[in-house]
Write a protein that binds this ligand. Sequence first.
Ligand SMILES: [Zn+2]
Length: 142
Amino acid sequence: MEVRAFQDLIRDIYFQRDQRRGGDKTFLWFLEEVGELTRAYRREESEKIGGEMADVVAWLASVANLLDIDLESELKKKYPKVCPLCFSSPCHCPFRRLHILEIPFFKPPEVIFIEPKIVAHLMEYGLAYVLFKILRTCTDAF
Ligand SMILES: [Zn+2]
């Protein structure tokens, strides 16, 4: 199944309910599913992980439908047949640790490293979006 076909399927099944619920609550459900996936991953519940991934993608499709965003064309734009950063396939970007550098409202006295375990905890407690915004702010500088 193509991404667009899946998004259409989710629209057919859920769009009316998604509209009634509204964008904010639908987005929170998406985060809830990310939390459930994180929990299953951290607990190594391999029998649940695939299903949780499906839920995450389905709720993402619902959010995209409400915002009238075509996921397939966004994916193709953002991820052409090469890595969007180094323009090669496979990617040759260097690995780097996630870190926060001088966020204006945060002003850390030194570089703060975020261990993957902490990221998992934050995501589990629904702070994925906030974390994403912070990391985005930092990594845009690179
Ligand atoms: Zn790359």
